[in-house]
Design a protein around this ligand. Structure first.
Ligand code: GLN
Length: 452
């Protein structure tokens, strides 16, 4: 009830939720109370969560923050949300996001921008973005409008908003969480993961969200460890890699200082800091911005106005498709569909898509080689603190730079955790990122909780 009251008071300003399911939440909480009274509580019984509006929820509208899905009520539930409910979680509603999870600011939502609950000390009236695409999830957790949230991360969409809003968030290894019932953006990169106030809470949520699912052909048949037990585990003797290519010219001095501070904490805790090289990291952004739109252009072909979602009238079938897609998709989504269609076209496939796939393999190989020398890698989560609309947002290429530290993990399928690690001079939160080996989230949690 406290969370529902908080949402009523603050959501009109923050716009973190697209849909609030207060009545269902109270009912679910009462059922939880009954289970707890009988001593039958699950690991998340009564825990109120926000669900990114990209996860299909049976009987509850799921929009992907797009006009084209404004009236879509899924007849089924995603696997991740099914598992959270199985463990007793209570859903407060559906969290806002960038349309189809394409963006780093939440400015592309068809349901309006999300406000970051944080403000600059010297300029408290300027509204800042929460990051994206899972900006509603991050803002809800930061503003205490949920105890945790689900997100998805295709190129940084959990880790960047977590850093901008001062909360923790993890993108697990590709295949750790089922993608079944999550609206697809770029299927070879998309991964679900949790947000929470602490690294340990993320570990608890991730355990419930993880596990093999025969309904997702890329879901991995590996055991789900007790991630929580790894939090607080000693980092003594661990080797922590620092990629020299990430010491970018022009990186904000506060980010560099935070990074050094995080490494110093780890050194004090007995870890060894090792310089490593990821020679192909410099190609990660252009590679990502070919692969992701290519897959998106294919995935979004299903929104034709015939089977579900928005339908505009047309003279004939082609006209109906065109009018529906013209009215239903926002500008960024159209840009991605056009880029994707171009790089996959017969004349340009070899030059763009095929080349990007080859570089993707080289990026993955860089990590395999690095992980022979180190157990985890620590980098900044983002190149800056949260920005305001208009500061960074007018040019799509500048916007894409937000993902510079995060996209490599998606291209290589590796786990990455964003840990709130400090504040800048304006009092805004900054995050550090911990990357790990494939399916070694435990080391990531151990290192993350040592930094936290
Ligand atoms: N900002 C990146 C993009 O716009 C990543 C988004 C995401 O991870 N879903 O594609």
């Amino acid at each position: 009830r406290a969370h529902v009251a908080g949402i009523e008071a603050l959501n009109p300003r923050l716009n973190a939720y697209v849909t609030v399911t207060a009545e269902q939440a109270i009912e679910a909480a009462q059922a939880s109370d009954a289970r707890r009274a009988k001593g039958e509580a699950g690991p998340l019984d009564g825990i109120p969560l926000a669900i990114k509006d990209l996860f299909c929820t049976e009987g509850v509208r799921t929009t992907a923050a797009s006009r084209i899905l404004h009236n879509f009520v899924p007849p089924y539930e995603s696997t991740v949300t099914t598992q959270l409910k199985r463990d007793g979680a209570v859903f407060l509603g559906k969290a806002n996001l960038d349309e189809f999870a394409m963006g780093s600011s939440n400015l592309t939502s068809a349901y309006g921008a999300v406000q970051n609950p944080w403000n600059r000390r010297n300029d408290p009236d300027t509204v800042l973005v929460p990051g994206g695409s899972s900006g509603g999830s991050a803002a809800a957790v930061a503003a205490r409008l949920a105890l945790g949230a689900t997100g998805t991360d295709t190129g940084g969409s959990i880790r960047q908003p977590a850093a901008f809003c001062g909360v923790a968030g993890i993108k697990p290894t590709y295949g750790r969480c089922s993608r079944f019932g999550i609206v697809a953006f770029a299927s070879s990169l998309d991964q679900a993961g949790p947000f929470a106030r602490t690294v340990e809470d993320c570990a608890v949520l991730l355990r419930s969200m993880s596990g093999f699912d025969p309904k997702d052909s890329t879901s991995a048949e590996v055991a789900v460890p007790d991630f929580r037990a790894a939090c607080g585990r000693s980092v003594k003797g661990l080797r922590i890699g620092v990629p020299k290519e990430y010491r970018l010219d022009g990186l904000a001095p506060e980010i560099t200082a935070l990074w050094e501070q995080g490494l110093a904490w780890l050194r004090d805790a007995g870890a060894e800091i090792v310089e490593i090289s990821l020679p192909h990291a410099q190609y990660a952004l252009p590679t990502y911005y070919i692969v992701a739109p290519a897959e998106a252009s294919s995935n979004l072909a299903r929104y034709d106005g015939v089977r579900f979602g928005l339908r505009e009238d047309g003279r004939d079938l082609k006209d109906l498709y065109e009018k529906t897609r013209a009215a239903g998709f926002g500008a960024e989504v159209k840009r991605r569909i056009m880029i994707g269609t171009y790089v996959l076209s017969a004349g340009y496939y070899d030059a763009y898509y095929l080349k990007a796939q080859k570089i993707r393999a080289l990026i993955a190989r860089d990590f395999t080689e690095a992980y022979q020398k180190v157990d985890a890698i620590v980098t900044p989560a983002t190149p800056s603190a949260a920005f305001a609309e208009g500061e960074n947002t007018d040019d799509p290429v500048t916007m894409y730079l937000n993902d510079i530290f995060t996209v490599t993990a998606n291209l290589a399928g590796l786990p990455g955790l964003s840990v709130p690690a400090g504040l800048d001079a304006q009092g805004l939160p900054l995050g550090l990122q911990v990357l790990g080996r494939s399916f070694d989230e435990e080391t990531v949690f151990a290192v993350g909780s040592a930094i936290e």
